[in-house]
Design a protein around this ligand. Structure first.
Ligand SMILES: C[S@@+](CC[C@H](N)C(=O)[O-])C[C@H]1O[C@@H](n2cnc3c(N)ncnc32)[C@H](O)[C@@H]1O
Length: 210
């Protein structure tokens, strides 16, 4: 985990900075720099058709950024009361209630089946525990972008080194939920058709198994 972060173009009010400084003292809350959050959403090719879920949403910056800059709906799941209340207040200030919502929940008990993009900034051990739930909840084509900590047991589609505006380096891991493999209908079919079938399965296994 890293501490340094910078304020982006949407965080100019002094009162907002003061509130954020107080929130930073809450254990387990390490905010993603906005410039890095933006690159996470870009890596997932987030579009207005997406529904972004941030698991452990802290002060709500990723769902808010997703709505403001990518035009999509977004949900943050956060177990900490102060962070949850801060996020809800911030969304009201920005009048984003139609696009952004927060749930005060343990993400191990949350339903994130509507998600098409999931962002994570959690320890590797937590990602590992979340992996089965992500695997069962996410639909085909959903993307998971994890900051600095890979998801054990999955092969990333992409791994990128990125920098914050303060020149701190971070690693992004992109995973994609593969479509289910097509059923093999005629295992004893002629050789020429076997070759076609093998190509289809190769496309579907693709090393992208979120
Ligand atoms: C490292 S911070 C990341 C905050 C935010 N996602 C970001 O990138 O700026 C991790 C957040 O996850 C929250 N968290 C940790 N375990 C959680 C759980 N089981 N359920 C919900 N939130 C959790 C913490 O309270 C903290 O706010």
């Amino acid at each position: 985990m890293r501490w340094p972060f910078s304020f982006g173009k949407h965080s100019t009010a002094a009162s907002w900075k003061e509130k954020l400084a107080a929130l930073n003292s809450i254990s387990e809350f390490y905010p993603t720099p906005l410039s890095v959050a933006r690159q996470m959403l870009e890596l997932a090719k987030t579009s207005p058709r997406d529904v972004v879920y941030d698991l452990g949403s802290g002060d709500g910056r990723i769902p808010i950024l997703a709505a403001q800059e990518f035009g999509c709906r977004a949900v943050g799941i956060e177990k900490d009361d102060s962070l949850y209340c801060h996020s809800v207040g911030r969304v009201a200030e920005l009048e984003l209630e139609n696009q952004v919502s927060f749930q005060r929940l343990n993400f191990f008990e949350a339903d994130f089946r509507p998600a098409t993009v999931v962002t994570l900034y959690l320890l590797g051990a937590v990602n590992e525990q979340l992996q089965p739930r992500l695997g069962s909840h996410l639909r085909s084509g959903a993307r998971v972008v994890s900051l600095d900590f890979p998801v054990a047991g999955w092969n990333p589609e992409d791994v990128r080194q990125v920098r914050s505006v303060n020149e701190v380096e971070y690693t992004l891991y992109l995973y994609r939920r593969c479509p289910p493999r097509p059923p093999v209908e005629h295992p004893e079919r002629p050789a020429a058709k076997d070759a076609d079938q093998a190509a289809t399965i190769q496309n579907h296994s693709c090393g992208r198994n979120a």
